[in-house]
Ligand binder design. Structure first.
Ligand SMILES: C[S@@+](CC[C@H](N)C(=O)[O-])C[C@H]1O[C@@H](n2cnc3c(N)ncnc32)[C@H](O)[C@@H]1O
Length: 345
């Protein structure tokens, strides 16, 4: 269970699957503001985290859900929240009877359920299928949540694409059509709502650094997956790309920069040519604990970490990076402790 949802446990009614699939509250609130209108329909409303947020800011909400147990949770959650402007419809959102029942609404939202564990997605993996929803419903404004790794090239050109990151973790792709459309493509991070907008005019070539300078940064994964690292680097002048793969993107620069997309910041303290030299430098730096930030076979990570950290009696946690066969010792700055992962290679 992700950290961001823990706060809801005990406060809402749910089945485990419904809870797992539910929209994190910060995203639900953000989305509700974006779609604020008179009547919103939420197709596949689950246990209702998103639908209840809609109800807080829009006049009327119709929540359609196919699963009986989940509609019961949704009803209880609405009752607990004292929500009076939410109607629940039990049924298949694509059933013509349900479509007829909904009638005219101002906006249609859907966060469809997804087949589990997939990396390569298609619209047919989603239920209700957004393409079918558009065919069935007459509405000017649609919004669909897609899995974070949904292939961008399958998303129709006229849809707005918004990568949504929460506390440094890419969570989903929000899409908007018609009246709700604002940008062509962007990345937004919550809760700060910092946004980087895609630019077609921008050269896709970026400054690449061979070695780190004074500061190293972990960049939010949403930039890599949205292919918007050039836009980010253009916005934050003076930063260069140090390393990039599916697991992590590292940037470096001479100046201290601050952005919610820079999820961890390290100050480089020293460097060393070999592991033996690393050990001496660690003692000099007053290290008591080490975190390895270079690629290493996961099965050997803890042994290697124990070996490097053996005999250290200081108090500092030192992060060790490796670039071009050289080791770099760095200390993490206090702020933006957004991500829980500190042991990745
Ligand atoms: C990802 S969950 C939605 C979670 C919701 N946004 C929340 O905040 O709790 C998707 C929901 O869609 C429902 N669903 C799937 N296909 C449906 C359909 N054709 N009609 C109505 N609901 C459907 C599933 O039962 C599931 O509860």
């Amino acid at each position: 269970m992700t950290e961001v949802k823990k706060e809801l446990r005990g406060t809402v009614s749910y089945d485990e699957e419904g809870f797992r699939m539910s929209t994190p509250q910060a995203i639900a609130r953000y989305k509700a503001e974006r779609l604020k209108t008179k009547t919103v329909a939420d197709l596949g409303a689950g246990i209702g985290i998103q639908a209840l947020s809609f109800a807080e800011v829009s006049e009327r909400v119709i929540a359609v859900e196919i699963d009986v147990e989940r509609t019961e949770s949704l009803r209880k959650n609405a009752e607990t929240a004292g929500t009076k402007n939410l109607e629940i419809v039990l049924g298949d959102a694509l059933d013509s009877e349900v479509v007829r029942k909904l009638g005219n609404v101002d906006a249609i939202h859907s966060d469809p359920s997804r087949k589990k564990g997939g990396e390569s997605w298609n619209f047919t993996d989603l239920s209700p299928n957004p393409l079918e929803v558009i065919k069935q419903y007459r509405c000017d404004t649609f919004s669909f949540d897609l899995p974070a790794l949904f292939p961008m090239e399958l998303i129709p050109e006229e849809w707005e694409v918004e990568y949504v990151s929460l506390s440094g973790e890419l969570k989903r792709i929000g899409t908007y059509l018609g009246g709700a459309r604002r940008f062509q493509k962007s990345v937004v991070t919550l809760p700060s709502m910092e946004r980087i907008i895609a630019r077609k005019d921008l050269s896709r070539t970026v400054d690449v650094a061979q070695l780190p300078s004074k500061w190293i940064y972990d960049l939010d994964g949403s930039m890599y997956y949205s292919k918007m690292i050039p836009e980010f680097l253009k916005t934050f002048d003076g930063l260069s790309l140090l390393h990039q793969d599916r697991q992590k993107t590292l940037l470096t620069g001479e100046k201290l920069r601050s952005s919610s997309f820079l999820i961890r910041t390290y100050s480089v303290l020293d460097h060393a040519a070999s592991i033996n030299e690393v050990k001496s430098r660690l003692i000099e730096q007053g290290a008591g604990n080490v975190v390895l930030r270079f690629s290493i076979d996961p099965s050997q990570y803890y042994e290697e970490r124990r070996n490097i950290g053996k005999g250290l009696e200081g108090t500092k946690t030192i992060y060790i990076f490796r670039f071009n066969s050289k080791y770099y010792l760095a200390e993490r700055t206090g702020e933006a402790d957004n991500s829980q992962k500190s042991t990745e290679g």
